[in-house]
Ligand binder design. Sequence first.
Ligand code: ATR
Length: 290
Amino acid sequence: DLYNFRLINPVTKVYGIIGKPVGHSKSPLLFNEAFKKVGLNSVYVHLLVDDVAKFFNTYSSVDFAGFSCTIPHKEVALVCMDEIDPIAKKIGAINNIVRRPDGTLTAYNTDYIGAISGIEDGLRGSNGSHPATGSPLAGKLFVVLGAGGAGKSLAYGAKQKGARVVVANRTFERAKELADKVGGQAMTLAEVDNFHPEEGMILANTTSVGMKPNIDATPISKEALKHYTLVFDAIYTPKDTRLLREARECGCTIVYGTEMLIRQGFEQYKNFTGLPAPEELFRELMSRHA
Ligand code: ATR
C-alpha cells in the first residue's frame, strides 16, 4: 500500500511528483511513510506528465495540496507559477510547489538549499572557527565546477551565503555567463588544477565527470585538492566518486551527493506541512531502499 490508499477520505490532502519518467522516484515512499508516522491525513502520488503547462491549466481547479517537480519539467514549470522564491527564479528552475488556500501556486528550489545546507553543516562539523551566527560560507572562496542547472544552483546558493564564487567549466562562455551573474570569476575546467590563490577553499563538482560508468574520471587533480578544506560532489552514482576518495586522502571534509538529495527532500516536507522534517526516517528509508 505505497499510497496509503486505505487512509484516503474526502479531506485527504493530495501531493504528487510531476516528471517523465517518474515511476522510479522514491519520493512517494518517503512522504507516505512520513505522513503515516506523523498521523497526517495526506497522500503523495506519482504523476507521469508529458506537457507540464497543459497539466497546470487542466488541473488548476483540482485541489492538489502541492507538487514536487523533476526532470524534465523543472524549468518549464516555473512559468506556470503565481509566486517564485527569488533565488529559484534566478536559478531558473523549481522543484517544489505549494498550493496556498486561495489556490495560488508558490514555488521553491530546494536543490540548492539541500546542497548548501549539507556543505554548511560539513564546515561546522570540521572547523570550530566558523562564526557563531551567520553562514560558515561567508567570505570563503567557493569554486563551482560546471555551469549547468546544478552549477547555477550551487553558484547562486553560495553567493547568497556571502561566499566569493569562482565558476570553472569546460565551455568557458557558460562559465563566464554564470560568473557574471553572481559577480564571480570565470575560468575553464582545465585551469582549475593550477588555481590556488589561497588555502581553505570550498569545491563543489556539478559536472558529470566521474559519474557511472566513467568512475575512473575526476574533474580536478589530486594535487590541487590540497588547497581545499571541503569538497562536495553532486554526483551520487557512485556515492563515493574518485573526486571524493582523493579529497578524503588529502584530508578534506567531504560531502556526498546523496546528502543533497535527502536534504532537498527535508526542505520539501517542511514547505508542504509546516512541520520539521522526519530526518531519521527519511535517512533510514533511503538506505533501506537504495
Ligand atoms: P546539470 O543540470 O546536472 O547541471 P547540465 O546542465 O547538462 O546538467 O550540465 C552538465 C555540466 O557538466 C556542464 O557544466 C558540462 O560542461 P559544458 O558546459 O562544457 O557542456 C559539464 N560536463 C559534462 N560532460 C563533461 C566532460 N566530459 N568534461 C567536462 N565537463 C563536462
